[in-house]
Design a protein around this ligand. Structure first.
Ligand code: C5P
Length: 394
């Protein structure tokens, strides 16, 4: 089990339908899954390792003999939450059914106890062959979900059962296997993330330690639950984000513009970004010389959250706070002052949370309830906060 609960191993067998699994990778990523592709060696004849590496941003291995010191067949199996094998050829199904472990993929299948779904694709004669039928029965009796292939055009001019199913059907079946909630379908979720930068001159800025990880976890979790997500990202790497609308901004004033534009049409605003409280009064076009760089005159930034919440209609608004002392009292007064439905207060004494995958703090609700969270992953916190947003949406 991974820290996120969303690690998927996509096993790719040596069928021509392998190229269709490239789309599957993207669709899984759109839903917030972290995908690792493990092709069989023969499947590389159809789609090469570079395609999978470029799509997933992760290295591709096919054998247990690569990077032996890492014990990949055990560590990857241990870290996987779900297995999707698509396409599964007659040979791959036979190897899995007989418990073979002659490449990395079949080793992982044996070593992992994650739920597994198999998407067969082969010629009708091979699909209908008693040997394949028996192997499929064996897999089903061991708890594998084996999809019935579609009937239609096959490789060459033949037609019949054995066709690789449409991506939508695979995704639907995968969702029902994973049991992940789809309770934000039709909702618009606006998330701010990262930390704003306030330019001093063309080189220097005032910034903060926010990494954007929590905001990204929220955006991904909302997308995975079916929401139409818009992420306003302040100074963070957004290159690996798919299926989410992203506006990249630098300063608090830039963020304010996008927020004003998007707020009216959203159902939930999650203001996770660390917005600089002040900006240099003068934005210079020339770099300040070292000798005269002795002080910076500042002016206060608008409080974006306090400002936008005055225009609230039916939106649920979630804010964040980072405190080093008097967490609860400060967060309660921020909740009032900024018109929030929920606030999460991080205890950042010692800078313990910035850039990490785990957090600890307290969720405060408008009804006066406090929920203390000890050491949870940022992904888990995202799910909990979305649960509260949904409850408030009714
Ligand atoms: O007042 P404080 O900065 O602790 O409040 C944090 C919350 O307010 C966060 O949700 C942050 O995104 C938001 N904020 C804002 N505009 C500011 C400062 C903070 O919207 N200028």
């Amino acid at each position: 089990m991974s820290a996120t609960g969303r690690e998927v191993i996509l096993g790719v067998g040596a069928g021509i339908a392998a190229y269709k699994s490239a789309d599957l990778v993207r669709r899984l990523q759109d839903r917030g899954y972290h995908v690792r592709v493990v092709p069989t060696p023969a499947s590389l004849n159809f789609v090469g390792a570079s395609t999978w590496e470029a799509l997933t941003g992760r290295p591709v291995r096919t054998q247990v003999w690569e990077d032996v010191h890492e014990g990949a067949h055990i560590s990857l199996a241990h870290d996987s939450d779900f297995f999707l094998i698509a396409p599964a050829t007659a040979d791959l199904i036979a190897r899995i059914a007989t418990g073979r472990a002659d490449d990395l993929l079949t080793n992982l299948v044996l070593a992992s106890d994650a739920p597994k779904m198999v998407i067969p694709a082969m010629h009708s004669h091979m699909w209908n062959d008693p040997a394949t039928k028996a192997n499929v029965e064996t897999l089903r009796s061991r708890g594998f979900v084996v999809l019935e292939p579609d009937t239609g055009r096959l490789a060459g001019n033949d037609s019949g059962p054995g066709r690789f199913p449409e991506t939508n059907r695979i995704i639907e079946e995968f969702d029902s296997m994973t049991g992940h909630k789809r309770d934000l379908v039709g909702r618009r979720v606006l998330v701010t993330a990262g930390g704003t930068r306030e330019a001093i001159d063309p080189v220097r800025y005032i910034g903060n330690r926010s990494s954007g990880k929590q905001g990204l976890a929220l955006a991904r979790a909302a997308a995975m639950r079916g929401a139409d997500v818009h992420l306003i990202a302040a100074n963070m790497d957004t290159s690996a984000i798919h299926g989410i609308t992203v506006s990249n901004v630098e300063s608090a004033l830039d963020m304010r513009e996008v927020l004003k534009d998007q707020f009216a049409s959203c159902d939930v605003l999650i203001m996770c970004a660390a917005v600089a409280d002040a900006r240099p009064t003068q934005k210079l076009n020339e770099k300040i010389k070292k000798a005269s760089f002795t002080s910076i005159e500042l002016e206060t930034n608008p409080d974006l959250l306090a400002e936008i919440s005055t225009t609230k209609t039916n939106q649920v608004i979630i804010g964040f706070a980072a405190e080093t002392s008097d967490h609860i009292e400060s967060a309660r007064s921020k909740m009032q002052a900024k018109g929030l439905d929920v606030i999460y207060v991080n205890d950042v004494s010692g800078g313990a949370i910035f850039g990490k995958d785990v957090t600890h703090g307290t969720i405060l609700l408008r009804n006066g309830e406090d929920i203390a969270l000890k050491e949870v992953s940022k992904d888990a916190l995202a799910e909990i906060l979305l649960d509260h947003a949904i409850r408030q949406l009714g």
